[in-house]
Write a new protein. Structure first.
Length: 136
C-alpha cells in the first residue's frame, strides 16, 4: 500500500442532520474530495484525463465502517492510499479521523474505482504513466 495522503475537512451546519451529527452520506463526499486532492497533489487533474486521455474513474464498490460521529465544527483528517490495483481498477483504503491522523478514528473504508472510457463508459486499462504516478 502507498503511504496515506491526508486532507483536512471542517464540518459545517450543512453537513449535519437533525441530530446535529454528520449525515452518513457526507462522509463519502469527504472521501471523494480527499481522493481528488490526492490526485491533484501528484499532478493529475481528472478533467484533463477526460479530455486528453478519454478516461474517467467511477466508483464501483464501497465498504464503510462508521465508528464514531463527527459533529459541527469538528476538524477532520481524511486519508487515502492505494491498497491494490488491477488492469482496470484501483482500490483505495480511506480513514477519517477527528483532529489529527491517528487520533480518534471515525470511519474506515475501502473504495474501488473502475477506469472507464469517456465515450462508451466501458472498462479500459489504466495507462502505465498514470499507474506509475499513482504508485510513486
Amino acid at each position: 500500500m502507498t503511504a496515506p495522503f491526508a486532507w483536512p475537512a471542517r464540518i459545517y451546519w450543512e453537513d449535519t442532520d437533525a441530530g446535529g451529527v454528520v449525515y452518513y452520506a457526507n462522509y463519502l463526499k469527504f472521501m471523494e474530495r480527499a481522493r481528488t486532492e490526492w490526485l491533484r497533489s501528484i499532478g493529475i487533474e481528472q478533467a484533463e484525463l477526460a479530455t486528453t486521455q478519454g478516461l474517467l474513474f467511477a466508483v464501483v464498490h464501497v465498504e464503510a465502517t462508521y465508528r464514531r460521529p463527527a459533529r459541527y465544527d469538528d476538524l477532520l483528517q481524511v486519508t487515502c492510499g492505494i491498497s491494490e490495483h488491477t488492469r482496470t481498477s484501483v482500490t483505495f483504503v480511506q480513514s477519517i479521523f477527528r483532529g489529527t491522523v491517528g487520533a480518534e478514528l471515525l470511519l474506515s473504508g475501502t473504495i474501488r474505482l473502475a477506469c472507464l472510457d469517456v465515450a462508451s463508459f466501458r472498462p479500459r486499462p489504466i495507462p502505465d504513466f498514470l499507474l506509475k504516478e499513482m504508485q510513486s
